[in-house]
Design a binder for this molecule. Structure first.
Ligand code: BEZ
Length: 396
């Protein structure tokens, strides 16, 4: 892929939003010349996770737009690179943003493998870093650093919350089925730790290479084993295909399909009726009743013509955390210790509910039990309240 294809300045989003902003300071090169804060986005713009990257970018841009295009009086300029969810490309692209583009703030990404490589560089460089999705446990575990903040979840954390909900729902036996890379492996490990401690039995683990979507042999294994439930992590295009293939294989009414909510978020329309009845657990849901979510949904729908998903919320909250930090330092990004201390202490009302970090700068949060019905991840209840990431090995 050519570098011009990979490198896409957020001009379309920026100009579109600038138009909407009317008289207020727009994003873009002119704003940068006048002292804009430069935010480098490392996100997938191609491949199975492209829609997730787009939702994160939209959420982040919408937050800035809602503040008139500036945070703490400083215009925000976004510069983006397509990471293609390809870990081998992560170091080069991260270096390009930090040392080439000289971004003030780095934000990325979706894929755990790409994010872990990015964070290894970012923590050494000391650049203010926001992780708006990737759940790699190490990011807020052994790789944690005072300049690295995650506004999403840790893989083990969401696995744990899903296990609690499945046990509470009477599931005693499951097969796990996922992609074989950090996100799938850690969401399965967190799930098994709690599910097995609670008396559940995992009878088989199935893993496919990322981003493989040839599910037929996995589904044949599931059909032959006839487990009570399947616990599955897939996301983006892969999740949509898995749900449709699961139903197509005749398993929908025979085996319960569960998973972390990435299985159904953002793919509700794509899966249609094949997804009805899939139960998931996530730190976001359709049908939350807090006023921040109502306002966020209205603004997102008006700006982009689609409903937001969890990825959009994580992008929005990343900018909110940055806003809290910048406000504390009067917009002076160079005051890193004070900026990072204020970001670590950020506590606000998010569309997902109350937002605050644990000591390792990963959200301590409520996980909701949802069921996909008629194209919505309908809220059924709370799966885990105030659940923190284990943060194993975090010393900073
Ligand atoms: C991950 O790689 O960490 C991930 C990707 C998509 C959804 C959730 C997690």
């Amino acid at each position: 892929m050519s570098s011009s294809r990979r490198e896409f300045l957020m001009s379309s989003g920026a100009l579109g939003l600038a138009g909407l902003l009317g008289g207020v300071a727009p994003f873009g090169r002119a704003a940068h010349a006048a002292g804009a804060i430069k935010v480098g986005l490392l996100l997938p713009a191609s491949g199975t996770y492209a829609p997730l990257g787009e939702a994160i970018r939209r959420g982040a841009e919408l937050y800035v737009k809602s503040k008139g295009g500036a945070l703490a009086g400083r215009a925000i300029e976004f510069t983006a690179l397509d990471d293609e969810s390809a870990p081998p490309k992560a170091a080069e692209l991260t270096n390009k943003l930090i040392f080439g583009e000289k971004v003030d703030v780095l934000m990325g990404t979706v894929h755990s493998g790409v994010a872990a490589a990015m964070v290894k560089i970012a923590r050494e460089a000391g650049v203010t870093t926001l992780v708006p999705n990737a759940g790699a446990d190490a990011i807020t575990g052994g790789l944690c650093a005072p300049n690295v903040f995650r506004t999403s979840f840790a893989n083990g954390q969401v696995g744990e919350a899903t296990a609690k909900a499945m046990l509470a729902g009477g599931v005693k036996e499951a097969i796990t089925c996922t992609w074989r890379y950090a996100a799938g492996e850690e969401m399965v490990a967190g799930f098994k730790r709690v599910f097995e401690a609670g008396g559940g039995k995992v009878v088989k683990d199935i893993a496919l290479p990322f981003p493989d979507v040839e599910f037929q042999s996995a589904l044949a294994e599931i059909a032959a084993a006839k487990p009570q439930a399947v616990y599955s992590f897939f996301a983006g295009g892969g999740a949509a295909k898995f749900i449709k293939d699961f139903a197509g294989a005749g398993l929908k009414d025979k085996v319960q399909l569960w998973g972390p909510g990435f299985l159904t978020d953002g793919v509700e329309q794509a899966v249609g009726a094949a997804g009805d009845g899939v139960k998931t657990v996530l730190h976001y849901a359709d049908g939350l009743t807090n006023p921040e979510d109502a306002a966020f949904r209205k603004a997102f729908q008006a700006a982009y013509g689609v409903a937001p998903d969890v990825y959009a919320v994580q992008g929005w909250d990343a900018m909110h955390v940055l806003d809290v930090g910048l406000t504390a330092v009067g917009g002076d990004v160079a005051k890193k210790d004070a900026l990072h201390a204020a970001m670590a202490g950020a506590s606000f009302a998010s569309p997902r509910g109350p937002f605050a970090f644990s000591a390792n700068r990963n959200p301590k949060q409520t996980f909701y039990l949802r069921e996909l019905k008629g194209g919505k991840n309908v809220l059924l209840g709370v799966a885990a309240e105030g659940l923190a990431d284990v943060g194993k090995g975090c010393k900073a």
